[in-house]
Design a protein around this ligand. Sequence first.
Ligand code: NI
Length: 226
Amino acid sequence: MLLQIPDVLNAEQVAQARRMLDESQWVDGRVTAGHQSARAKRNLQLPEDHPVSRQLGDMILGALQRNSLFVAAALPLRVFPPLFNRYEGGQSFGNHVDNAVRQVSGTSVRVRTDLSATLFLAEPEEYDGGELLIEDTYGVHSIKMPAGHMVLYPSSSLHNVRAVTRGARIASFFWIQSMLRDDAERTLLFDLDTAIQRLTVDIPDHPAALQLTGVYHNLLRRWADV
Ligand code: NI
């Protein structure tokens, strides 16, 4: 499932993030790349243990917890602490698949990357290029969203970031280990959840809503790893 989630951060939060990121010292993005992706990766990154990464990361994690669309779609078990990157002056990230397992720096916590997320922190008008291109069985999707919006996609997908030829593309990126490893099962539950929400709005108190909610939870119980 590829899902665009609007307004994860509000304008004030985006402005605060941009102020703090503009004042920070960026490093070569290859510090977090795997062996294969290091060759394709040309960008700048904020170090994982940088205090600004931690502070803004916590702000994003808080926003995600309150975002019902994110929770319903990702069914998150663990979220990797958000990282931050910057592309400018022709920088790009060639086609790659994200590492399957990531260790949170300085801890023994490991995150299986079921879903990848990019949260845009620059407006599309601020830069040329920089589209996130994601391949799935339906073709290639080109993603470039307003600041504060986020895209969620299976970490198993091949993806790349096109060269930024004007301005700077600033974003947060991170991974989610879902309670459901399987994308197809997760998508079914998300569709069921969405249908139940619509039913309860359109026909309040219909007994089928209760029955379908039971089906939702019994499938989740069957499939979830927690
Ligand atoms: Ni990637």
